[in-house]
Write a protein that binds this ligand. Sequence first.
Ligand SMILES: C[S@@+](CC[C@H](N)C(=O)[O-])C[C@H]1O[C@@H](n2cnc3c(N)ncnc32)[C@H](O)[C@@H]1O
Length: 270
Amino acid sequence: MTRFDASWLELREPADLQARNPDLLRTVAAALGASGGVVVDLGCGTGATFRALSPWLLAPVRWRLIDNDRSLLDAAMVSIGALAEAVQLDLAQLDELPLRDATFVTASALFDLCAASFIEALADRLAERRLDLYAALNYDGTIIWSPLHESDGAIVALFNRHQRSDKGMGQALGPEAGRALADTFAALGYDVIRADSAWQLSQGVEALQIAFIEGVARAVAETGGMAAAELRDWRTFRLATLKTGASCRVGHVDVLARPPDARRHEPQRH
Ligand SMILES: C[S@@+](CC[C@H](N)C(=O)[O-])C[C@H]1O[C@@H](n2cnc3c(N)ncnc32)[C@H](O)[C@@H]1O
């Protein structure tokens, strides 16, 4: 099982927050409306989706937080407080996902870890109840660094290969997650909106850039697809160029899937 420590989630949260598509956040908030409801957040981590969505909400909502990591759930409960309930659950046990009285389902940085079969089964469950899904920050397979390095292309290809390895829920979709979400929900008649939510990392977020470069190098090493000397050169170059203002764009896509027959009264935000 891949574990996500709270310090990594904390480091990436500002970049995630800046990257999330505001039109989708606004649409989710409008769909939840003035009467609130129960949002089920899958793979909640420490509660990033609660923090991202809260400023847009027209009324408080209750949060049902789902994660298999007790310590992350505890941190999320501290962040959200009385409006939240925590459910420790391995999402592979999809039949046990508590959707009673749910009005919306959310997730962020989750579906690239999941298998296609999981998305298909989840979509069936949500469609049964005509539930919406807001799935933010699905990695899309593109990374563009500046300045360029001759190994960047091979690095990204190997990183993407690693992204497709099993992260505890079957063969992960990795960069295919956004497309799989869109296709699967569209096939069930949902209206699907996809929106760009790329990280734009430049000066001021060196700590995140370092952690990302180290994570990419580790993943590439695990694939065994690149000679150690070439990988070392690439890593050394990437870390050195941070001192002279290097930047990096990491592609993500946000997906909003809405049942077509949802007759909602969605108040406008004034
Ligand atoms: C990349 S983190 C994203 C966390 C949070 N949504 C955010 O955006 O900061 C992925 C989250 O999914 C959870 N997760 C991964 N596999 C899971 C599984 N099989 N069942 C339940 N939660 C899982 C992890 O514990 C982690 O909190």
